[in-house]
Design a protein around this ligand. Structure first.
Ligand code: SAM
Length: 284
């Protein structure tokens, strides 16, 4: 019996990740990118953008919990949250689990990503009707540039890789917009690719964040089987003098909602950078 697989070849790490398919469900090219949806035999549905895996039903909880909860428990009182990208809505759902959040806006450039997520990943979109949620379809670079100073507590950059429309989300000009939009003690978190395959990118992101005025920063690794090398990271940066490793540990311990990966111990452990990462990121 012949089998069909979706395989993402990752040239920089000389490796591939593959998923056995049941069917291709959809493919379309929008003004921004090509989006494909597959049904797989063991990972649920897959969303692929420009040939790169974005989300699987089975393992997206790892990424979504780790890009949201460390940042929100690092901020003293996160009320106003901006998500840049994140069109599958999984990040928005995790943000809205925090009762103190009063308003969360998701600024996704490509409305089709969200419409396809509503159809194929309804569980990720279940908080979209929350009165605190706002869905905007616009360029996140321009949105952050126009944000009122001090009007945001947490910025979450849940973007595609730094090519195409996401390229401008990884430079000092963008981070300066974030720095201005954040209030004192505000937190920026961004998906920062694989610590194994993209160390140079992580270093340049952190240098650009520093250039933009962020002081403390930390890169938190976590497993993500569907992304190249199976290991991913997010980088947290904070506005002001407070340490990035100080988080509301008691609140994280006593969180009133269920998670599948995140807890206070996982958060503490992720802050302990492995030796090679510590050596490569000596900037702070
Ligand atoms: N978790 C995923 C990962 O790390 O591969 C990212 C998921 S999410 C689907 C990424 C989204 O970022 C895409 O839907 C893409 O359209 C959006 N995006 C890329 N550039 C953007 C920009 N400049 N402004 C707003 N959204 C952007």
């Amino acid at each position: 019996m012949s089998e069909t697989w979706f395989t993402e070849h990752h040239a920089p790490s000389g490796s591939s990740i593959g998923f056995r398919l049941r069917a291709k469900l959809h493919e379309e090219t929008t003004p921004y990118q090509t989006i494909a949806i597959y049904d797989s035999t063991d990972w649920g549905k897959l969303m692929v953008i420009d040939g790169c895996m974005m989300v699987t039903t089975r393992d997206n909880f790892l990424y979504h919990e780790m890009i949201v909860h460390p940042a929100l428990y690092t901020h003293a009182a996160p009320k106003r949250v901006v998500i840049i990208g994140g069109g599958d809505c999984g990040t928005l759902r995790e943000v809205l689990r925090h009762a103190e959040v009063e308003h969360a806006v998701q600024v996704e450039i490509d409305e089709r990503v969200t419409r396809l997520a509503e159809q194929h990943f309804p569980e990720l979109c279940e908080a979209n009707g929350d009165p605190r949620a706002e869905l905007r379809f616009a360029d996140g670079i321009q949105y952050m540039a126009e944000c009122a100073p001090g009007s945001v507590d947490v910025v979450i950059v849940d973007s595609t890789d730094p090519v195409g429309p996401a390229e401008g989300l990884f430079n000092a000009a963008f981070y300066r917009s974030c720095q201005r939009a954040l209030g004192e003690g505000g937190v920026l978190v961004q998906q920062s690719e694989s610590p194994l395959a993209h160390l140079a990118l992580i270093q340049s992101m952190r240098a650009a964040m520093r250039q933009a005025g962020f002081g403390a920063m930390a890169t938190l690794p976590f497993p993500q089987p569907c992304y190249p090398t199976g290991w991913w990271s997010c980088t947290l940066a904070r506005k002001g003098a407070a340490a990035i490793g100080a988080f509301r540990e008691a609140d994280a311990e006593a969180r009133p909602f269920a998670t599948r990966y995140y807890n206070a111990g996982v958060h503490r452990a992720a802050l302990s950078a492995p030796e090679f990462l510590r050596a490569a990121l000596r900037d702070g």
